[in-house]
Design a protein around this ligand. Structure first.
Ligand code: BGC
Length: 785
C-alpha cells in the first residue's frame, strides 16, 4: 500500500472534513448500518467492513441488523488456531492474500481480522479464532496475515485490542492485570503487528482493562497504540462495544460500529459544549473515517480482483495439511493405502471445520474425509455429530467394524455448540461417552488412528491408547482433503502445537481466576500462562508448546549467535536425518538466568519453518531483536538487563537441541522484583504487582447502563423484559441451533446500553428511565426526574 505520509488520502480527507458541520462529523464517526460506513451525499463514499479472520462473511442482500443472515459463499480457510499450528509465516501471508482478493472482489474495503488475543486459559470460548498462548508466535503470524490482506489494497483490522481472553461477561468484564504482564504478554503481539505490518485499522475489545472500557481507554488507544507504537490508522469499536462516545473520542476511537440513529449524539454535543471534548478530536476521527472511505472507494474504481476459487480451495487444502499436528505415532502413519481401512466417526462425514459466531463462513464447497477416502470404505458414525454423545449400541457397532478392519481411522472431537463465540468452553474434554468410544475402538483394534477436530487444547488422558493421535483442529472447507493427504502420506503433518495441552486444566494457575467473579477477572498468575508456567514450575504438559511429529527425523546443531549489542542472529544447522522429505520448525528461545526480576525459564524469540529433502541439511538464521532481551520495568519503560543470556535452538518448548550463551552489555537500571511464592499471587503479592490495592468488583445493584441482560433478569421486571427479548431473538434465529445459542449468548451478555447502541432501539434517556424502574425508583420516573 501507498505510504500514508506520501499519498494524497490523508490530506484530501482533512480538507473535506474542514468543510463539514459538527453534525456531519457526528454522522461520519458512526456506521451507517451493521456493515457500512456513512456516506455524505456524494461528498464522502460509504465502504463496507466485514468479518472475518479466516474467510469472508459478507452478508448477501439486505443484511438483517444483527448480522446473522447467510453470507455469500467464500473460501473457508483453517481457523487461526489451526493456521498458528503451521508456524509458517509465508503460508499465512498467502492465506491473507487470498482473503484480500476475495474481499476486494466482493467490494469489501475492510476485513475484520485477524484476532490475536492470547490463549490465557484452554476454556476461552474464542480460542479457535486466536493464534497462540505466545505473543511472538501470534504477533508474527498476525502480521503476515495483515500483510497478505493489505497487499490487495484491502484494509486489515487486528482485534480485539486488548486483554479480551474470555467470553464470560465479555462486554463488561474488568480485566485486572499488572502492567508488566500486560505489556510483555497481552499487548506484545499487537505491538508486533503494528511494527511489522502497519495495519490500517484496529478494533478495540469489549471488556475493560483495569477499570476502563477499551473503547474509552485513552491510555490504551491514544498513549500506547498511537503515541508509543506510532499507529496512524483508524480505530473502531467492536460491534456494540462503545461505552461512552465522548470518552471514546477523547481516547482516539474513531468509528463506532455498528450504526445507530445517533445514540450518543446528545452526550457528545454536551461534551463539546462544556469543553470536555475538543472539536478537533471529533474532526480528526471524522477525517480518519473519510480517509478509509476514500481509499476503499479508489480500490472500487480500480480493476476488480480475479478470484480463482479452485486455487483458493487448493491453498486451503495445503494449509489444512500444514496445520495438522501429529501428536503420537507408533509407525502406523502414514497409511500405505486405504485398503483394509475402516472409518468411524460422524465428523468424518459432517466435519467440524470452523467455529460458531461472527467468524462463521459460508464455504464455497466442503470436502469430508469420507468423500475423499471413498464411500466404499466401511464406515459407522459412532456418535451424534450435534451432541457428541453415543449409546452403548453405537459403540458396540463401531467396535465390531474396527475388529474386522486392518486399520481404523476414528474421527472424534468437540461438537460445534461447545465451541462458539459468546460462551467459554464448558469443558476441555470429549464427552464421556465419546471417550468410551475411543477406548473401546482402540481395544477392538490396536491399529487405530484417532483424529481430533476441535478448536482448542484438550485434556487427553487416553492419549497413549491409539496407535497414532492426530490433532486436525478446525481445518476449513478443504480439511477432508488435507487430512487424507496427511493420513496417506501425500503430505507431511506439518503442524506444531501453538498452545500447550495440559494434563489437567485445574492445575493451571489461570484456572484459579477463570472466568472470575462476575464483572471482574484478576490475572493473578501474571506471566505464568502456557509453556511459561509448565517450564517455570516443572509441571509437564501432556503435549508441550511447539510439539509435533512429522514423518521424518531432524538434527538441529551447531548453534552460534552472531552480531553484537542487542541485535543478534541465531544461526543453526538443520538436517533431515530421516528417509522422507519433510519440514521442521526450528524454535529459538531465550532465557536470562540470575535475573533480578522473575522471568520465564524460556521465552520464544523467533522461529523458522524449514522444508528439506531426505538427508539434506541447511543453515538457518533467526534474527533476535532488542525486545527479546528486554523486560517492562517497574519504572514504566522497557529495559535491557546486562549479563549472560542463554539462547536455545529447539524443536519444542521441552526439546532443546543446542544452547549458546551470550553476554549483553547494558547500562539500563533494572528495578529488582521479588518472585511470588507460587504461580498464583496472594492478595498482598497481587497488590504489589499492580502497584495499588486490588480493586473491589462492582456490585450488581443498582442496575446501570453497563448491567447485562442476565444481571437485570435477576429482578422481576427485568426477568419479564429479558424473557420477551429472548423470545424475539429465538424467532429470528429460526431452527438453526448454532444461531439460537449465539443469540442467547448475545442477549445474556448485552449491557443495557447496547439496546440503544445496536440498531435504532431505545434512546439513552429512555434506557435510564427503564433502569430507574428496575431499581425501584417508580416515583422519580413518574415525576419525570
Ligand atoms: C465480534 C467481532 C466481529 C464483530 C462483527 C463482534 O461480536 O466480537 O469479532 O468482528 O462482531 O461481526
Amino acid at each position: 500500500m501507498a505510504d500514508h505520509a506520501e499519498d494524497g488520502f490523508p490530506a484530501d480527507a482533512e480538507r473535506l472534513v474542514t468543510g463539514l458541520t459538527v453534525d456531519e462529523c457526528l454522522r461520519l464517526v458512526r456506521g451507517k448500518d451493521f456493515w457500512n460506513t456513512t456516506d455524505l451525499d456524494g461528498r464522502v463514499p460509504s465502504v463496507m467492513l466485514t468479518d472475518g479472520p479466516h474467510g469472508l462473511r459478507k452478508q448477501a442482500g439486505a443484511a438483517d441488523h444483527i448480522g446473522l443472515s447467510d453470507a455469500v459463499p467464500a473460501t473457508c480457510f483453517p481457523v487461526a488456531a489451526a493456521l498458528a499450528a503451521t508456524w509458517d509465516v509465508e503460508l499465512v501471508r498467502e492465506v491473507g492474500e487470498a482473503l484480500g482478493r476475495e474481499a476486494r472482489a466482493a467490494d469489501v474495503a475492510v476485513l475484520l481480522g485477524p484476532g490475536l488475543n492470547m490463549k490465557r486459559h484452554p476454556r476461552g470460548g474464542r480460542n479457535f479464532e486466536y493464534f497462540s498462548e505466545d505473543p511472538v508466535l501470534s504477533g508474527s503470524l498476525a502480521a503476515a496475515l495483515v500483510e497478505g490482506v493489505q497487499s490487495q489494497g484491502v484494509v486489515a483490522c487486528p482485534k480485539h485490542f486488548a486483554a479480551n481472553n474470555q467470553e464470560t461477561m465479555r462486554m463488561v468484564v474488568d480485566t485486572v492485570v499488572d502492567e508488566r504482564t500486560l505489556r510483555e504478554v497481552y499487548l506484545r503481539g499487537f505491538e508486533m503487528v503494528v511494527e511489522r505490518a502497519r495495519p490500517q485499522a484496529f478494533m478495540t475489545a469489549y471488556n475493560r482493562i483495569n477499570g476502563t472500557y477499551c473503547s474509552d481507554n485513552s491510555w490504551l488507544v491514544r498513549d500506547v497504540l498511537r503515541r508509543e507504537w506510532g499507529f496512524d490508522g483508524l480505530v473502531m469499536s467492536d460491534w456494540g462495544g462503545t461505552n461512552d462516545r465522548a470518552a471514546a473520542l477523547r481516547a482516539g476511537l474513531d468509528l463506532e460500529m455498528p450504526g445507530n440513529s445517533g445514540t450518543f449524539d446528545d452526550e457528545v454535543r454536551a461534551a463539546l459544549a462544556d469543553g470536555s471534548l475538543d472539536e478537533s478530536l471529533l474532526r480528526a476521527s471524522a477525517s480518519r473515517v473519510v480517509e478509509m472511505a476514500l481509499r476503499g472507494d479508489a480500490l472500487r474504481c480500480g480493476a476488480r480482483a480475479d478470484v480463482d476459487l479452485d486455487a483458493h480451495h487448493e491453498l486451503a487444502r495445503r494449509a489444512a495439511a500444514e496445520a495438522t499436528v501429529l501428536l503420537t505415532n507408533d509407525g502406523t502413519l502414514p497409511l500405505a493405502s486405504a485398503e483394509g481401512l475402516a472409518i468411524v466417526g460422524a465428523f468424518a462425514e459432517t466435519p467440524r471445520y470452523q467455529g460458531a459466531g461472527s467468524s462463521r463462513v459460508n464455504p464455497t464447497r466442503l470436502d469430508s474425509l469420507r468423500d475423499v477416502l471413498g464411500r466404499d470404505v466401511p464406515f459407522v458414525a459412532g456418535y451424534d455429530a450435534d451432541s457428541g454423545e453415543c449409546t452403548r449400541m453405537q459403540r458396540a457397532e463401531a467396535a465390531d467394524l474396527a475388529r474386522a478392519a486392518a486399520v481404523v481411522v476414528l474421527v472424534v472431537g468437540v461438537p460445534a455448540r461447545l465451541e462458539a463465540e459468546t460462551r467459554d468452553r464448558p469443558t476441555v474434554r470429549l464427552t464421556a461417552s465419546m471417550e468410551k468410544l475411543v477406548l473401546e475402538v482402540c481395544e477392538a483394534n490396536p491399529r487405530t488412528v484417532v483424529v481430533l477436530q476441535n478448536g482448542g487444547a484438550l485434556e487427553l488422558d487416553w492419549a497413549d491408547r491409539p496407535a497414532a493421535l492426530v490433532e486436525a483442529y478446525l481445518g476449513g472447507q478443504a480439511s477432508g482433503l488435507g487430512l487424507a493427504d496427511v493420513l496417506l502420506g501425500r503430505a507431511e503433518p506439518g503442524g506444531r502445537l501453538a498452545e500447550s495441552f495440559p494434563v489437567a486444566t485445574a492445575a493451571l494457575p489461570a484456572d484459579a481466576n477463570f472466568p472470575g467473579p462476575p464483572r471482574q477477572v484478576q490475572y493473578r498468575e501474571g506471566p505464568w500462562v502456557g509453556y511459561r508456567f509448565h517450564d517455570a514450575y516443572a509441571v509437564a504438559a501432556r503435549f508441550p508448546f511447539g510439539h509435533g511429529l512429522g514423518y521424518t527425523t531432524w538434527d538441529v546443531r551447531g548453534l552460534r549467535v552472531e552480531g553484537d549489542g542487542v541485535r543478534r542472529t541465531a544461526v543453526v544447522t538443520v538436517q533431515n536425518t530421516g528417509a522422507r522429505k519433510g519440514s521442521a520448525v526450528v524454535q529459538v528461545y531465550v532465557r536470562k538466568p540470575d535475573s533480578v526480576v522473575p522471568r520465564a525459564a524460556k521465552e520464544l524469540a523467533g522461529f523458522v519453518r524449514v522444508h528439506l529433502e531426505a538427508g539434506a541439511s541447511c543453515e538457518v538464521q533467526i534474527p533476535l531483536e532488542r525486545r527479546v532481551f528486554s523486560l517492562w520495568d517497574r519504572a514504566g519503560r522497557w529495559v535491557v538487563e546486562a549479563g549472560d543470556y542463554d539462547v536455545m535452538a529447539a524443536t519444542s518448548s521441552v526439546d532443546v537441541r543446542d544452547v549458546a550463551t551470550i553476554r549483553i552489555e547494558s547500562d539500563d537500571v533494572v528495578t529488582p522484583v521479588r518472585a511470588t511464592a507460587g504461580p498464583v499471587a496472594t492478595d498482598a503479592e497481587f497488590a504489589a504487582m499492580l502497584g495499588h490495592d486490588i480493586p473491589v468488583p462492582e456490585p450488581l445493584r443498582p442496575f446501570r447502563r453497563t448491567s447485562t441482560m442476565s444481571e437485570v433478569a435477576q429482578s422481576r421486571v427485568g426477568g419479564v423484559l429479558v424473557g420477551l427479548m429472548k423470545r424475539q431473538m429465538a424467532k429470528m434465529a429460526g431452527d438453526d441451533p448454532e444461531t439460537r445459542d449465539l443469540l442467547e449468548g448475545v442477549v445474556a451478555g448485552l449491557p443495557v446500553r447496547g439496546l440503544a447502541a445496536m440498531g435504532d432501539g431505545l434512546t439513552l434517556p429512555a434506557i435510564d428511565r427503564v433502569l430507574a424502574l428496575l431499581n425501584g425508583q417508580w416515583v422519580e420516573v413518574v415525576r419525570g426526574r
